[in-house]
Design a protein around this ligand. Structure first.
Ligand code: NAD
Ligand code: DAU
Length: 331
């Protein structure tokens, strides 16, 4: 399969490309990535010989058209992804997430190429703390932040292009990922690298907000399964039944790293902070037979800590400027 992976130099995309190269040697893989602050050529170093990296913008219609014309399938990860950044400056989110997805859709429509669009559970808004409710494929869209509203818009575009133009596309909405190569702006790597650099971890508010965690390899194995066996036009929810409060995740990190469980700072809460996400992944399991390979959160978290300890070369150059930005926002 000739695969075009947009955003393949970012966290989830790079992990997807690593697996494609190792587990599917018949694939030829081209990555289109603008190498924004969130993308890194180094994330593709382990597979650099086997991958073509095109540095460019997913909203560049001519470039996207020429790459799609030479592909059998597109996996569309490219996006602006950090909620706090979208609160500070929404503009790049509109451009990349909405216009970028529109650009990809027009190209796959012209060339009759299969598309998998990678999206988020944040399009559904949030759930009450302590309730038993979970997001399903039928949950109405109700995004809260500039980030999630642009991802919701991108999903709507995909659905419209399927219905109106017969584009062969699937969508997945996944919960919170963690694992190697995640940018240090995000919650788990921020806390691990705070501890590794002698800073105190930072918790927004009281830390009662709940996220549903999944290891990035499990997200990607689900994306691969949907790409190969998903039904055109369908949406699939991806999750690994791992709800945790932010406070409990932080205390698990502190304990695994040999610190006291109260050795952190509480900082200004996020505006509009979504309370709880929870995914019902039963359709993916029953219809496509998918299951996670990293069901033990503590083991996967320990392996993630080990990865950041061993790979300071990768994250070290990013750390100071990320913390400077957070400090300016009181976080
Ligand atoms: P990331 O921020 O780590 O990576 C995004 C990548 O997209 C970067 O390499 C960046 O350079 C690239 N990019 C940004 N703007 C671009 C543009 N205009 N043109 C080309 N490339 C551009 O993000 P991630 O966490 O790997 O997320 C990947 C996808 O998965 C996103 O669509 C996100 O919405 C979705 N998602 C993420 C999570 C999560 O927990 N991280 C969960 C569910 C869904
Ligand atoms: O649910 C999927 C989404 O998960 C993806 O679509 C997004 O791209 C991804 O960034 C992630 O969004 P969140 O906002 O949930 O992730 P983040 O890592 O920013 O924060 C996780 C939780 O931790 C959230 O409740 C805010 C809190 N937090 C975050 C940071 C950075 C803190 O308490 N302290 C922090 O320093």
């Amino acid at each position: 399969m000739r695969l075009l992976v947009t955003g393949g130099a970012g966290f989830i995309g790079a992990n997807f490309v690593h697996t494609a190269v190792h587990d599917h040697p018949g694939d030829s893989v081209t990555v289109l990535d603008a190498l924004t602050y969130a993308g890194s050529r180094e994330s593709l170093d382990p597979v650099a010989q086997a991958v073509t990296l095109v540095v460019g913008d997913v909203a560049d219609a001519d470039l996207v058209d020429s790459l799609v014309a030479e592909s059998d399938a597109v996996v569309h990860f490219a996006a602006e992804t950090h909620v706090d950044n979208s609160l500070a400056d929404p503009h790049p989110f509109l451009r990349t997430n909405v216009i970028g997805t529109f650009t990809v859709l027009e190209a796959v429509r012209r060339h009759g190429v299969r598309l998998h669009h990678v999206s988020t559970d944040e399009v559904y808004g949030d759930l009450e703390l302590g309730s038993a409710q979970r997001f399903t494929e039928a949950t109405p869209y109700n995004p809260s932040s500039p980030y999630s509203s642009t991802k919701a818009a991108s999903d709507m575009l995909v659905r419209a292009w399927v219905r109106s133009f017969g584009v062969n596309a699937t969508i997945s909405n996944c919960s919170n990922n963690f694992g190697p190569y995640q940018h240090v702006e995000k919650f788990i790597p921020r806390q691990i690298t705070n501890i590794l650099t002698g800073r105190r971890p930072k918790l927004y508010g009281a830390g009662a907000n709940v996220r549903d965690w999944i290891h990035v390899e499990d997200h990607n194995s689900a994306v691969r399964r949907i790409l190969e066996s998903g039904e055109p036009g369908r949406t699939y929810l991806i999750g690994a039944d791992c709800e945790r409060s932010n406070l409990s995740v932080l205390q698990e990190i502190l304990t695994l790293m040999g610190r006291d469980a109260d050795d952190f700072d509480q900082v200004t809460d996020r505006a509009g902070h979504d309370l709880r996400y929870a995914i019902d992944p039963s359709t993916l399991r029953s219809e496509l037979g998918w299951k996670p390979r990293h069901p033990d959160f503590r083991d996967a978290l320990r392996a993630t800590i080990d990865w950041y300890e061993a790979n300071e070369d990768w994250w070290g150059p990013l750390k100071d400027s990320v913390e400077d930005d957070y400090r300016k926002r009181g976080q």
